[in-house]
Ligand binder design. Sequence first.
Ligand SMILES: *Cc1c(COP(=O)(O)O)cnc(C)c1O
Length: 452
Amino acid sequence: MAKLPFERPIIKKINIGVPNKIGMKTEYTPITEIDGVSVKQMIKEYGSPVYVISEKTIRETYKKAYSAFAVRYPKIQFAWSYKTNYLNAVCKTFHQEGSWAEVVSGFEYDKAIANKVKPQHIVFNGPDKSREDLIKAIKNQSLIHIDHFDELYTIISLTSELNETPKVAIRVNMDTGVYPQWSRFGFNYDNGEAWDALNRIMISKKLDLIGLHAHIGTYMMTAEAYKIAGQKLSDLAVKLKEKYNHTIKYIDFGGGFASKNTLIGAYLPGSDTCPSFDDYAEAITSSIINSKIKPDDFPTIMLETGRALIDDAGYILGTVLANKKLADGSNSTVIDVGVNLLFTSFWYEHQITPAQEFSPYTENTTIYGPLCMNIDVIRRSANLPIMKKGDNFVISRIGAYNMTQWMQFIALRPKILMIDLKGNVHIIRENEKLKDIVSMERTPEHLNNFDV
Ligand SMILES: *Cc1c(COP(=O)(O)O)cnc(C)c1O
């Protein structure tokens, strides 16, 4: 008998009805409503796709985060990270809860002022503050977090010009055991640069050094890194006390807490693996209370948490446009939500849930957006219930960064709704219209006549 040719073994997952510890299916029940409001009704009334923000979830998440810190430490202040989601309705919800504003550009600074945040309660971060921005922030007594020596010297030179004493902190970067290390922002702790900057501020006698700041990274999957940051920042505070008898008023730990989203390629869902607010709060507060800072000098702990406070409150609702087989025989589904509206699909495996009843069968499919661009992939491979053209779905946990990093590309951006605590639906941003986009264009006269 002829020997059979070798064929490599394959492992094939059986999809129907066989549970494993991870769970075969990604979805078990449809999402038919958000905060009591029907998903299909919102699509019917406001169009597809449409973003939805839950005011209730924002407030609940904020309270949970705040109390995790407040039960462990007496002086806590949050500042809302504008770039994470700077829709006015979202910012004002956070401001009503007690958050100050954290901004990283002149545009965001002006937005916070227009939102009526007290200027002294605006934290101004980032490497790009223009001379005009700095003058405004100095006159307003806003909290300027210095990013580099060039900025420090500009501020010192402005003090004599303006005859003001700016309120400043420095941003410090450091090795916290998480790599790659973000050393491009602020002054490095480990090589002595941060201490050098602090000495220059103190001997200038022209600045009111009120804080120390670090924002060590984003989507930090270990709370331990914050403890190390806290130890290093406390060390600087203690040295300032020893050398200058100077007490700083706050230590700002920045943001970076992970949301419950799942990173692409992760084995377990983010909701199972990411630290909780309690974990972060425990690490941060213990780094201060166990430091050599004297209790009378304990600084306010400031937090600029972004994604972890807003991700869960945001949804995008949409419609299936088509199902098609690819040339290799695999399935694909085309939906009306593309990467232009869901920028975070470049790093998250977003949860997509049908908005109507479905059968127990699931299949692997690639989810494509509607753009005429090969990069427009929402999920490379999703094990989803079968959906057909016209079916609706809900993509959850998209409140962070999508409504600021979105692109007006190929299509116009849709409406954004907010569901208030009573279940009323508000349009908080209108859908874009052709006239909005062309209103910024100017056509040279000689291009206006043609015959095609
Ligand atoms: C972006 C940013 C934040 C918020 O970061 P998250 O990772 O969304 O929590 C906070 N502080 C600064 C300085 C930032 O640049």
